[in-house]
Design a protein around this ligand. Structure first.
Ligand code: GCU
Length: 688
């Protein structure tokens, strides 16, 4: 099964050889050897010996995967042979990177692990070939590390080709079919494989008519993409329309309990696997923002998800069923309906009813990828359901790849958040790890969903529109792998992308380190969210969504602002959290400042924990946030000539737009809230 990946390993070794001047591959040379040992291949950093890994030694005991993972032994390295024990507990993707007797060795239990180990070796560069004897074991924390492309095969009249895409057209599709030239897809697949991504959704979760037919009429296109991703250990997934039996299949219904519908899905899936034998499965947005779903037939989401899961099960496929379900036809006059409650209300009663190959894909926040939201209570509320947490690498609400916003710190905060009553963090919940465990290679890994993110990549020459937005793509993959320090991940990205110049390194840090919080400062305050232009979601518009059906309101009037989501007097959303958060968020006394307006409606004169009033905080942060952007742009200008000119120019141009936009945010927000509240800015700065 590892054949194509093993070939990639060989190719990568060739590339590494030219870089490091001598890397040797040893490995099982016959299928019998491969069966006889757990070590598929080993790479040895000295020329001259080729051997077969064999299985004679017991596995190293009790090893830990991460930083403190010195293990006293790779048991023996003899003349270039790495010897590990039969039955060594090498989980998928796991690898060991060892220095022994002056040789550098990568060992893994499967070809994907070997590939990851090799890329880790390249990331570490020359020092990995000269450091003292040591061995570091590493393995992915999340079994599924997925990027969902919101790509349409044809250009959508409103959304364009890539929905919420800020980097040009799709690298996959053109005029309804897969592109003829897949060179860039191959580069992308290699890039993703090098950072451990192992799943890619090929089309938009909003499945329009043309894309619905990928499942039936264009499987050859899907197969071509699968062929490009496969050698890098990546499986492909399709977003499918729940109404396919009706719209594509010509049946009179798409009712999940209808035997004809079940047969239709079973045979559709069988054809998919005839064409793409390692197809990953489906991503489904159902009964959400106009997408069809089981509600039309009086069925629930478990009925819907299990319908697809049962068609996929014989082939070990998985359904990623999204929990982003809410009423997008809300009456803004109705103060009792709360969009934030919707996913929990819909899904938690279904806990335990989903088949094993269903993963419920939950957006990190209860609303919609805002700069600041509390984490979704759903993530801790369904212990008998496999859950994946969905992040947004594409910067829909975080500056649309016009603004430099490094999201690593946001994701880190989300993943570290101790959401569950037993103290488990969001990251642990998504990885399915029990409380207090350190993920050891020999632990059975419980079924879990993993981490998913919406991709940011398009056919733009820098892949992500804003060249610095590449750091977000990189960081998502590294955090999904299990890296825990977003600053270190950023540092790694800078070095790999722009080299070792200390001035460049310092400057990119100066621009990006605090950029997420800077963006938060000059946009919507204190967790209130939105206030963006409706439709495209770029730029300020305080009341843009206030009287719309989308359920995204701030209720700002002349006296105060924010949404009362308390149990005592509001929508009761706080009650969806486990202890302690249900009480922490319930009280203005304990609610953290950055989420105050998400949970409470307060007067402008309310004093924050920081000691300042809400209105003064708004005035200050908008002014300071803009000033910070000016500093970012000036810092960047200092490294002209030290990075490739085209890269420099593009970033410069984006920073100019960020400065313009931040100024607009600053002036509109400060003016709008002065006009509402009549309260002056205590610092006397200009208000228009
Ligand atoms: C956001 C986004 C939509 C997208 C939706 C989703 O609302 O604006 O374009 O379809 O999320 O996640 O399904």
């Amino acid at each position: 099964d590892d054949g194509p990946v093993a070939q990639t390993v060989v190719d990568e070794v060739a590339a590494a050889t030219s870089r490091f001047g001598g890397v040797l591959v040893t490995g099982p040379v016959t299928p019998e050897d491969a069966l006889a040992c757990d070590v598929v291949l080993a790479i040895v950093g000295s020329a001259g010996q080729v051997g077969t890994a064999s299985a004679t030694q017991p596995p190293p005991a009790g090893y830990l995967p991460r930083t403190d993972s010195y293990v006293p032994a790779v048991q023996a390295v003899v003349d270039g042979l790495l010897v590990l024990g039969r039955g060594a507990p090498m989980s998928p993707g796991m690898f060991g990177l060892a220095r022994h007797d002056g040789r550098t060795v990568v060992v893994a239990g499967d070809a994907a692990g070997l590939l990851y180990g090799l890329h880790e070796l390249v990331r570490r560069g020359a020092p990995a070939l000269t450091c003292p004897d040591d061995v570091v074991w590493d393995l992915p924390v999340h079994q599924v590390r997925m990027l969902d492309h919101w790509d349409n095969t044809v250009v959508h009249p409103v959304m364009g080709q890539v929905e919420r895409g800020y980097a040009g057209g799709s690298i996959f599709w053109s005029d309804g079919r897969v592109r003829d030239d897949l060179t860039r897809v191959a580069q992308y697949a290699r890039l993703l494989g090098s950072v451990g991504i192992n799943a890619v959704g090929l089309n938009n979760v909003n499945v329009h008519a043309a894309e619905a037919r990928l499942l039936t009429d264009h499987l050859d296109d899907v197969a071509r993409l699968a062929d490009v991703f496969r050698p890098h250990g990546i499986r492909v997934y399709l977003s499918v329309s729940f109404a396919s039996p009706l719209t594509v299949g010509g049946l009179p219904t798409a009712d999940p309990l209808d035997p004809g519908v079940q047969d239709w899905w079973a045979s559709a899936v069988r054809r998919v696997y005839e064409t793409v034998p390692d197809f990953g499965g489906f991503v489904v947005k159902a009964d959400s923002e106009g997408q069809p779903g089981p509600f039309a037939y009086g069925r629930d989401h478990a009925d819907g998800a299990n319908l697809l899961a049962r068609a996929l099960a014989p082939f070990s496929g998985t359904v990623f069923w999204r929990a982003f379900v809410y009423d997008h036809h809300q009456d803004w006059r109705d103060r009792s309906t709360d969009r934030a409650r919707a996913a929990h209300d819909h899904f938690t009663p279904l806990d335990g009813r989903f088949d094993d190959n269903v993963v419920l894909q939950v957006k990190y926040g209860p609303m919609d990828f805002q700069t600041r939201e509390p984490v979704s209570p759903v993530i801790a509320a369904m212990p008998r359901t496999r859950l994946a947490v969905e992040l947004q690498v594409t910067q829909e609400y975080t500056g649309q790849q016009q603004h430099a916003v490094y999201l690593g710190p946001q994701w880190d905060e989300i993943l570290r958040f101790p959401l569950a009553e037993d103290g488990r963090t969001v990251g642990y919940l998504a990885a399915g790890l029990p409380v207090g465990t350190v993920h050891r290679g020999d632990d059975p890994v419980p079924p879990a969903g993993g981490l998913v993110a919406v991709s940011s990549v398009g056919d733009d020459e820098f892949w992500t529109g804003h060249p610095l937005a590449q750091a977000n793509l990189y960081a998502f993959a590294r955090l999904a792998w299990g890296e825990e320090d977003p600053d270190a991940v950023l540092d790694e990205w800078i070095g790999l992308t722009l080299g070792d110049d200390p001035a460049v390194r310092a400057t990119v840090h100066a621009v990006l380190d605090d950029s997420w919080r800077t963006y938060e400062r000059y946009t919507a305050p204190l967790g209130v969210g939105f206030m963006v232009r409706p439709g495209h979601h770029y730029g300020p518009d305080v009341d843009g969504y206030e009287y719309t059906p989308w359920g995204t309101y701030h209720f700002a009037d002349r006296d105060g602002i924010g949404v009362d989501r308390t149990r005592a007097t509001g929508t009761g959303f706080t009650g969806q959290y486990a202890a302690p958060w249900r009480d922490v968020y319930e009280s203005v006394e304990t609610c953290p400042d950055e989420l105050l307006l998400f949970f409470h409606h307060v007067p402008y004169t309310h004093v924050l924990h920081s000691g300042t009033t809400v209105i003064q905080h708004l005035y200050d942060t908008h002014a300071d946030g803009y000033d910070e952007v000016v500093r970012m742009a000036s810092a960047w200008s200092s490294i002209e000539g030290r990075v490739p000119q085209a890269f420099f120019d593009r970033v410069t141009q984006r920073l100019a737009e960020q400065e313009r936009s931040a100024r607009e945010w600053r002036d509109q927000l400060r003016s709008a809230f002065f006009r509402r509240s009549g309260i002056a800015d205590a610092t006397g700065r200009t208000i228009y």
